[in-house]
Ligand binder design. Structure first.
Ligand code: DAH
Length: 340
């Protein structure tokens, strides 16, 4: 009786082992069959009821069934393990022959890039690159540049005054003064850096912007020298021959003072929206150094003269890269910066 029961139990259990669809299901079957309260374990407990002469035979059958089921569990478990391994290997597969993505590198800001190019150019022409303080004295920012006390540039609206009478420099021109004081004539210098004005910020005005001041003091410096250096500069920046013209312009520290225009690089002269149909684009103010400015910095204007210019670096970067909103430059937005 127990014999047939055993063989039914074994074949039913084998079928369930094969049919198990997951390791969890298999484990549940194992507990149901071989666990402490499992069906095969229960059958073993019935051995007491078996007549003594049959006990050895039935005992053997019971052990054989138990071993058969145990090894069936094991081999099914190995199948699951193999499947799991296979799934992992195919998911974690790595092609070591693919080129690795390079490390993410930063790069110089577009303004710094143009600044470096201009520095290199002027260094090759014998100019020193000078640095001056961003917090300036009223004397260096205004008085020594022949800007009289009642000049509108001193208006509170434009200048960030600091407590104690100093100010944030409103242009890089005070570095001319420091250059003349420190180095004396003959002098060739440029001074790149930040300037600050109390502006209402919009697409074309920033409170903080970049300029490059330039100055040459020597004997018999003329407007021809100025034009030569400016043309050399602009040809290098725009990487092509540019046509320039000078219009009169007023700045207290130069006499005569000019606005230097370049022929529009977009239309080449006839007129287009970029040059507002004029064929010319205003680019930089410049002039021959006012004798008062030389004198105030201890240089004899009867012996020496010079030219000076103030290049708006921020504006130049915007022109070169066709950037239509000045605020982007200091936004720190990587989507913008990564384009340069
Ligand atoms: N400092 C002037 C400004 O920021 C620009 C300038 C004009 C500089 C004429 C010069 C110059 O050296 O000669 O508006």
């Amino acid at each position: 009786m127990l014999e047939t029961q055993l063989s039914h139990l074994e074949s039913a259990a084998l079928a369930r082992i094969q049919g198990a669809r997951s390791p969890e299901e298999l484990e549940a079957v194992r507990i149901e069959v071989l666990g402490r309260k499992g069906s095969l374990t229960q059958a073993g407990k019935e051995m007491g009821k078996v007549p003594p002469e049959d006990r050895a035979r039935i005992g053997k059958l019971l052990n054989a069934a138990k071993q058969a089921l145990e090894s069936a569990f094991e081999s099914r478990q190995r199948q699951f393990d193999a499947q799991a391994l296979e799934a992992r290997l195919s998911a974690e597969w790595l092609d070591l022959t693919l080129p690795a993505p390079g490390p993410q590198m930063g790069h110089l800001h577009p303004i710094t890039q143009i600044q470096s190019e201009i520095e290199d150019l002027f260094v090759s022409l014998g100019f020193a690159v000078l640095d001056g303080p961003e917090v300036e004295t009223e004397y260096h920012n205004f008085d020594a540049l022949n800007i009289p006390a009642d000049h509108p540039a001193r208006d509170m609206q434009d200048t960030f005054w600091l407590t104690g009478g100093n100010l944030l420099r409103t242009h890089t021109s005070p570095v001319q003064v420091r250059g003349m004081e420190r180095l004396g004539p003959p002098l060739r210098m440029i001074a790149p850096g930040r300037a600050f004005r109390n502006e209402n910020v919009d697409a074309s005005h920033e409170h903080t912007f970049y300029q490059i001041e330039g100055m040459m003091v020597d004997r018999d410096v003329s407007v021809a020298h100025l034009i030569y250096f400016m043309k050399t500069l602009l040809t290098a920046i725009f990487k092509r021959e540019v046509t320039v013209r000078l219009r009169p312009g007023y700045f207290p520290f130069v006499e005569p003072g000019f606005e230097l225009d370049i022929q529009c690089l977009i239309c080449g002269g006839p007129g287009c929206p970029v040059c507002k149909q004029s064929g010319w684009v205003e680019l930089l103010p410049c002039g021959l150094v006012n004798p008062n400015v030389l004198r105030m910095s201890g240089i004899d204007p009867d012996q020496w003269n010079g030219f000076a210019f103030g290049l708006g670096l921020t504006r130049l970067a915007m022109m070169r890269y066709a950037i239509d909103d000045i605020r982007l430059l200091q936004s720190g937005d990587l989507r913008f910066l990564q384009q340069f």
